[in-house]
Design a protein around this ligand. Structure first.
Ligand code: C2E
Ligand code: CA
Ligand code: CA
Length: 745
């Protein structure tokens, strides 16, 4: 897996998360803003509505009160005339001229039935038009707008009739229509206005002071000015009808580009109405600041929340990246590890429809030896290069991983000749250059072609591994492809697995003892306990089942079983012959790596009352170079409990001298291959070097697999302490061994 790919994979996961968060927040914010703006709009609407209504009501009330005040003034004057306080019109004018200003009147006029008379400001009036209109009224009367007879102004006249010298007269107080404005009609709302109309709709006064001059009709005026049609025009008509019915009301209507709020209110004088209009925008201006502030606050909150989310996401991303790296990435090669392979391999299986899917697995032969010779840093470089080369030679869609140690595995599809690809892998990966120095690696390459029904990635891996394992020792091949031979082996293994538990219960596993003799005296030195499986009358040798049991961990049970039976035998021999031979018992790698295996052994020895120095535990050299366990601690514990320790198959595991020096071991058990390979005439064999090491460490030596007289002579010459091999005895049954030690003690 390339670094960018790895990052892409990470980012994809996190971006999805990020985007979801932000989308959720934005949706919430949009909904909130929507609700908010809707609420504010409603608020503004209600606010303007009530404002306009209130203003209209106030105006009407004020106007009403002012007019009533003016009427009362007129009535007071008439009342005092009727009481006979005044002799002539002049007397009356003299008395009240000074008060006129307080009531916004400009002049007083007294006329007779023909419309002739005088004014308080010195005019003479003749044949006043429509004089009957005023004599018709019994009560105080307020006229609508009419042109002044003495000036160009529009005026309104307050009148009441009375009798002076037995003649009917009318007293008129005149107000310039314009002057109502200063008393009552304040222009409040920018584009809005206030109108005083009669119930025909004729504008008596307007706050602009322009319409009343023309005696305009308010309904027509509004409709014409704004070119209202349809719904909007109907609203105006509705107002007209409503006013005719003497009602009050408020509504909104679109005039031009603006929404206006209109309220109409009765004045209670002459069916007059006050109409107040206000433009939405003008009033909204008051609230716009509030809205802007709130919107900024909303934006800030959104921004803060998004920032927090992004921050949390970024730090999560970092954390995830770290976790992901630990969990899935091999730090040396930057390839995926075993967990990565299994997870993504399974996905690959599901998603890739190619008929030619493969799993290839390769390892570097004797990599541990390379580690000891060249050191970790150098060998890490080898791993890195091998990883890169393998990834490059495979098709681009492959998943290439380092599963563990020096094992690389890849899953891929390939439509061309697979054997050519395998040759290419072998040639490219086995020849590498480190620091410009060419180096040849011996590779074991195993391939499994994935079948249609294969869904279990673990089983697929096992098959590729089996093919790879099969290649060990086949020096004429570059790779091994999983075939029917392996398939049969697999079937065999499955059969064994199916019956192993049962076999243990049925005591099908039996112990044989192979004697060990002292090199110089040829007397018995002890024996190695070896297991045999007695299945349906046939004896199966451990080579057939031990590797499988190591793999499926059943060996742990079997080791304990063997250990207990050996203890039983030792107890028996002690009682029977008062003799206890030293017995070596094999401890499997899997069992050795189990934390508390030694406690179990101690319990068993206690149970059978066995002296632990009579038991030697054989631990293979390869088990002692496991980096995942604290080997020294386990070995020390074994020693502490009193067992002796042999390093089995010594020379095949490439343990380092420094490690050996620190390990509390008693015996080095030299593997059969070194006897077989030895040139018995020479003194430059590996076995000579092993003897040197053993002497240097001060530990005893035993050679196994000694078959011939010549070999025995050779062993004697190199002064190895103990011999085990067919030359003296094959592994024999318990009874045969009893006989052996009784004659060879
Ligand atoms: P090992 O521990 O190296 O055991 C020695 C093997 O070499 C035994 O094979 C023994 O029969 C064989 N051998 C001894 N002398 C000669 C000889 O002169 N010539 C030849 N050709 N072979 C000789 P065996 O019994 O088949 O055991 C094979 C391996 O199985 C053992 O190798 C050991 O690793 C494992 N094993 C056997 N029994 C047990 C057991 O009880 N527990 C565990 N964990 N492993 C066992
Ligand atoms: Ca052994
Ligand atoms: Ca051995």
């Amino acid at each position: 897996m390339k670094k960018e790919e790895q990052n892409k994979y990470m980012n994809m996961k996190n971006h999805k998360l990020n985007i979801w968060w932000i989308v959720i927040i934005l949706v919430i914010m949009v909904i909130m803003s929507f609700i908010y703006i809707k609420n504010v709009n409603q608020l503004i609407y209600r606010h303007i509505y009530s404002n306009v209504k209130e203003l209209s009501e106030q105006t009407a009330t004020q106007l009403n009160l002012a007019i009533i005040d003016q009427e009362r003034f007129v009535e007071i004057m008439v009342d005092s005339i009727n009481r006979g306080y005044f002799k002539s019109a002049e007397d009356i004018f003299d008395r009240y001229r000074g008060d006129l200003g307080n009531y916004h009147f400009t002049r007083l006029v007294i006329l007779d039935k023909n419309g002739n008379g005088t004014t308080s400001d010195g005019y003479t009036v003749k044949n006043y038009a429509n004089i009957e209109e005023f004599f018709k009224q019994d009560e105080i009367y307020v006229s609508e707008n009419r042109p002044s007879t003495v000036s160009n102004n529009q005026v309104n006249i307050y009148s009441k009739t009375f009798k002076l010298d037995g003649k009917e007269r009318v007293l008129m107080a005149t107000i310039n229509t314009q002057d109502y404005k200063s008393i009552l009609l304040r222009k409040l709302f920018g584009k809005g206005g206030t109108y005083l109309i009669n119930n025909e709709g004729t504008v008596l006064i307007d706050s602009f002071g322009t319409i009343q001059e023309k005696n305009a009709n308010i309904y027509k005026y509004i409709k014409d000015t704004y070119g209202l049609k349809d719904e909007e025009a109907t609203k105006i008509d509705n107002m007209r009808e409503s006013i005719k019915r003497n009602e009050v009301g408020t509504f909104d209507v679109k005039l031009g580009n603006e929404i206006y709020f209109i309220h109409y209110e009765k004045v209670n004088i002459n069916d007059w109405y006050v109409i107040t209009t206000a433009a939405n925008s003008t009033i909204a201006e008051e609230l716009i600041m509030l809205i802007i502030i709130l919107q900024i606050v909303c934006l800030l909150i959104t921004f803060t929340i998004i920032s927090i989310c992004v921050y949390i996401n970024i730090s999560n991303q970092k954390k995830n990246k770290k976790l992901y790296k630990i969990a899935y990435i091999d730090q040396i090669t930057i390839l995926g590890n075993e967990a990565y392979f299994k997870e993504n391999g399974a996905i690959y299986l599901q998603n890739n429809n190619s008929k030619n899917k493969y799993v290839v697995s390769l390892d570097i032969d004797k990599f541990k030896a390379l580690n000891n010779i060249y050191g970790y840093e150098f060998c890490n470089n080898i791993l890195k290069i091998v990883g890169e080369k393998l990834e490059n030679v495979l098709p681009p869609n492959s998943i290439t991983c380092r599963i563990s140690g020096d094992i690389f595995t890849a899953i891929f599809s390939y439509e061309k000749n697979i054997k050519n690809l395998l040759d290419k892998i072998y040639n490219q990966v086995s020849n590498i250059k480190i620091n410009k120095t060419p180096m040849h690696l011996n590779l074991s390459i195993g391939l499994y072609k994935i079948k249609n029904g294969d869904t279990d990635i673990n089983k697929i891996l096992d098959k590729a591994y089996m093919a790879r394992a099969k290649m060990k020792g086949l020096y004429d091949k570059n790779y091994y492809i999983f075939d029917t031979i392996l398939e049969n082996e697999l079937v065999e293994e499955q059969k064994i697995e199916a019956c192993m538990e049962e076999a243990l219960k049925n005591e099908e596993f039996q112990i044989v003892y192979q004697p060990k003799v002292f090199t110089n005296t040829e007397k018995i030195a002890g024996a190695e306990a070896l297991v045999r499986w007695n299945k349906d009358g046939k004896v199966i040798s451990p080579g057939k089942f031990i590797p499988l049991f190591e793999k499926n961990k059943f060996i742990i049970k079997l080791d304990l079983y063997i250990f207990e039976h050996v203890c039983k035998d030792l107890k028996l021999w002690k009682e029977k012959y008062n003799y206890v031979p030293n017995v070596s018992i094999n401890v499997s790698k899997a069992h050795f790596a189990q934390k508390n295996f030694i406690e179990d052994y101690v319990k068993i020895t206690n149970k059978y009352n066995i002296d632990r120095k009579d038991i030697d535990l054989e631990i293979t050299e390869s088990a002692t170079i496991d980096e995942n366990i604290d080997v020294l601690q386990i070995l020390n514990k074994i020693k502490e409990k009193g067992f002796t320790i042999s390093i089995d198959d010594f020379g095949t595991g490439y343990s380092s001298l420094s490690m050996l020096q620190s390990m509390p071991i008693d015996i080095i058990k030299i593997d059969k291959v070194f006897v077989d390979k030895a040139n018995l005439k020479s003194d430059k064999n590996i076995i000579d070097y092993i003897m040197l090491i053993a002497n240097h460490l001060g530990v005893k030596t035993i050679v196994e697999g000694v078959e011939t007289k010549e070999q025995v002579e050779f062993i004697k010459k190199i002064k190895c302490d103990i011999i085990q091999g067919y030359y003296y005895s094959k592994p024999i049954s318990k009874e045969e061994f009893e006989e052996y030690f009784n004659t060879n003690r």
